[in-house]
Ligand binder design. Sequence first.
Ligand code: HEC
Ligand code: HEC
Length: 393
Amino acid sequence: MNEEQKQKYKQKYDQAKQNGVKFWPDIIYKDLLVSFAFFILLIGLAAFVGVAIEPKADPSDSTYVPRPEWYFLFLFEFLKFVPGKIEWMGTFVLPVIGVLVLFALPFLDRNPLRHWKNRLTGVSIMGVVVLGMVGLTIRSVITTPKNEEGFVANTPAGKMILGGELYGIYCVECHGPDGEGGVIAGVEGMEGVELKPISSRDEMYTRSDETLGAIIEYGQQDLGMPPFGLAYGGELKKSELDAMVFFMRYTWDDRAELPADAASAGAIPNLAENEIPSYEVHISKIIQRYCISCHRPGKENNNYLMGTYQEILTTGDNAANNLLAGDMTSYLIQAINGESIFDESGEEIIQQMPPTKLMKEEYISIFENWVLNGMPETAADAEVLTVEVTAEE
Ligand code: HEC
Ligand code: HEC
């Protein structure tokens, strides 16, 4: 720029200054207004919308994929290109050099002209930096594996359902469907062992939630109670242990009162008058509480699996006789009525089911009603039958 140009530029600059507004207080005032508006907006969002929280941190859960906040993702992604041995280069030296370069930019590019076309050095360096950040962020989002969609129960109703299901799967075989204990039958290695109730007032009043959680997590191995926490060789995450303790507390502790909307969550539905039970609504729920603990993958028990509608009809050493539509001599019906099944040589092949203690009369009759009506799978299937039956009457 020669002297003449410089003068012209200075004049233009002075003129612009005359026409403009003052930084103090005009611009500062505007800034304040806008920041205040955002401040109010943030408070409003925090108060009325909030952020969904993730489940409690669980050091034993190795399936969790941790990631930094989105505005740090580019740095996180950048780090992946730096070999582990010189991590300090990626976490410290290179970022600091980058920031220093940006700081130095106005000194490197001392061109006084303001239009971007005249400032290619500055604009291109900044452009590369911005593009790099955006690109790395996108790459990081794309390459992040999805957190495993474990069901996380946050509401009381959700915890009751999850806790009840887990109790049904993992605990019923030894402790019974209502935590009543007693002499164990039908469990390999525990035959004849007598357990005290875990649902009693005594137990509930003397064990805090933390103690119960700890007992389930670590087990009581010298007494025969296996550990269930992931970190101790079991299969259950912290959030699942929590749900189970929640279920036990609110089902068995007479001092604990559930919010009304959660009170019936996960409970086995009653049969209405004239209603025909279905697998979907009634049978699967009864099985979840009384049978699944012993009849799931990994358990022998005559290879009888009770996880799905198909399984209860088609698995088991005696699959051909377990469930016969309309037939009260079906092995399953006999067994839940307390009768043993014998083979031709007179040897017992199936004992009463459940082996420790028969179910309530009410549930036994739901099973019978269901078999008599041809074992409908869904509520809709049962509905059709119900209509037919009522029409006949
Ligand atoms: C293989 C059988 C078995 C299974 C399965 C089992 N337990 Fe136990 N549990 C025991 C035995 C044995 C004890 C020792 C206490 C006793 O002898 O009464 C025990 C003790 C306990 C106690 C402590 C009683 C006390 O206060 O001393 C609790 C609570 C308990 N179990 C809960 C559970 C829960 C919840 C589950 C399911 C996640 C479960 N147990 C699964 C066998 C089992
Ligand atoms: C404590 C464990 C336990 C529970 C709980 C349990 N079972 Fe069993 N079940 C067994 C064992 C063990 C066998 C193998 C036969 C035997 O030893 O009697 C068996 C076998 C059966 C069989 C025969 C399968 C075949 O093809 O031979 C049927 C049917 C059955 N159970 C139904 C039920 C039903 C229905 C429930 C729930 C109401 C239930 N069981 C709950 C342990 C259990």
